[in-house]
Design a protein around this ligand. Structure first.
Ligand SMILES: Cc1ncc(COP(=O)(O)O)c(C=O)c1O
Length: 465
């Protein structure tokens, strides 16, 4: 029982990443008490539309009873079992079958063939990395080990996933990236990084050219895989520029470099199709997913691999004994049962058709903020979008970092009952997939009022109109 909010804040500062209570309070720390539909309430009883679905993940909102029932039923039947040493359980098998039936096509036209369950998105990417290294050793290519991620990419927080991520604060003083196997190429944020007069297609061509130059510099024989989120989440909800993946994929194929699609955010309808891969015509060799796999009612992730990688892993077992990877709670039966139920709900309610219907209303509601003096860019797809605030709309000049403009907008929105996430000066939106058209319009209205609230602090740094 939390007796009062001050006490609650004390506790949060102890248990959360924010070890500094002052920073927690100054930066708008909030203790969330309960949720219903797309809304949550804090311990002081204030209501918020959760326009981030938590951490881009609570796809079915905060009160889906069917998921709670599925967990409870599984707890009563088989509350725990593992998937090591020739053991398995029905929820993991059923979930793997359902997932693989939905999986996108690989470059050879076949679907991804096998699923390995972990607990988190970080672990799913970590598992992918280990499998890639193992695979290339078994295929007699021990040098082909380097991995290419993207600047501002986010793939999680294990040592390997954080190394692959391109976020400076995840590397500084952690001695990461670890070793010399992690390379990073351009961030495909067209708005921020295009040259004056450069079209999206030209920008994509420049990105692809730089990728090929990096591969040639490092030697294709040393590069194992390229990891990309179809839409970059933690980098600021960045949709790829036109033609980007169409240009990148042939380069990877030419150099026999695997494409790993990190669908941890995009998977299960976020972009208006089952996968971001479907939206952008990506044919992956490996796909990682988590979050919306269980609507985040249970921690679970999966690494889906193609048939050739799977066969190579089996060869490895003949040589090395059982595949030396796995976690006590990986593929936990309660999490898998919730995952099965989430996939059933997505299908029964045709959640993808719903996203396609609401998306134009959602994007138009955000688009209305473009006229606001603070807003330089509004961009999104499906139910994921980013709104960037800038000091000068004409030149795209950012605000001085010390002003923490994004955070000011985030706070303004929270005062208006809207939870968003400031990533630098880009405000991210990924509401639950069940959001209604009215709620989508309300997000837009609360955002505009939140921007107004941030105006007094930011006006002095704004360029003259
Ligand atoms: C694209 C992407 N990959 C991986 C991860 C890591 O997932 P987790 O936090 O479950 O380890 C995240 C988390 O936000 C993510 O956005």
């Amino acid at each position: 029982m939390i007796p009062n909010s001050l006490h609650a804040r004390d506790i949060a500062s102890l248990v959360h990443q924010q070890s500094d209570l002052d920073a927690f309070n100054r930066e708008g720390g909030m203790i969330v008490a309960r949720g219903e539909g797309c809304r949550v309430w804090d311990v002081e009883g204030r209501e918020y539309i959760e326009a981030m679905a938590g951490l881009w993940c609570a796809s079915l909102g905060f009160s889906e009873k069917r998921l709670a029932d599925a967990a409870y039923k599984q707890l009563l039947t088989l509350p725990y079992y593992h998937t090591f040493f020739q053991k398995g359980h029905e929820p993991a098998i059923e979930l793997a079958e359902r997932l693989l039936a939905l999986a996108p096509r690989c470059p050879d036209g076949k679907k991804l063939a096998r699923a390995a369950f972990q607990c988190s998105g970080s672990e799913a990417n970590d598992a992918a990395i280990k499998m890639i290294w193992y695979y290339n050793n078994l295929r007699g290519r021990p040098k082909k080990k380097k991995l290419i991620g993207r600047i501002r990419g986010y793939h999680g927080n294990t040592v390997a996933a954080a190394s692959l991520s391109g976020q400076p604060h995840m590397h500084a003083d952690f001695d990461l990236p670890y070793g010399d196997r992690f390379l990073h190429i351009d961030n495909p944020n067209y708005y921020r990084f295009h040259h004056e007069g450069e079209t999206e297609e030209e920008f994509s061509a420049r990105m692809a050219k730089n990728l090929e130059a990096l591969i040639e510099k490092e030697g294709p024989e040393n590069i194992a895989a390229f990891f990309a989120e179809p839409v970059q989440g933690g980098g600021g909800a960045i949709t790829p520029p036109k033609g980007y993946f169409d240009l990148i994929q042939p380069i990877l194929r030419k150099h026999d470099i695997l494409f790993v699609a990190d669908e941890v955010i995009c998977g299960f309808g976020r972009t208006g199709n089952m996968w971001g891969c479907d939206t952008y015509g990506i044919a992956p060799d490996i796909l990682t997913c988590a979050k919306q796999l269980t609507a985040s009612y249970q921690p679970l992730s999966a690494t889906l691999i193609n048939a050739e990688i799977h066969e190579t892993l089996i060869e490895g077992s003949r040589k090395n004994g059982s595949f030396g990877h796995g976690f006590t709670y990986g593929g936990h039966p309660v999490a898998c049962a919730v995952g099965v139920e989430a996939l059933k709900i997505y299908a029964e309610r045709d959640i993808i058709a719903h996203v396609k219907r609401v998306s134009p209303v959602f994007l138009a509601a955000l688009e209305e903020a473009r006229a606001h003096p603070l807003v330089g860019d509004v961009r999104g797809i499906g139910l994921i979008a980013g709104v960037e605030v800038v000091a000068d709309k004409r030149t795209r000049e950012p605000f001085p970092a010390a002003l923490k403009a994004g955070l000011a907008v985030q706070k303004g929105c929270e005062e208006e009952g809207l939870i968003v996430r400031a990533i630098g000066d880009r405000i991210a939106f990924t509401p639950p997939l069940i959001i209604t058209e009215d709620e989508a319009r309300e997000i837009g209205a609360r955002l505009r009022r939140g921007l107004d609230r941030a105006m007094p602090a930011l006006r002095p740094a704004l360029a003259a109109e």
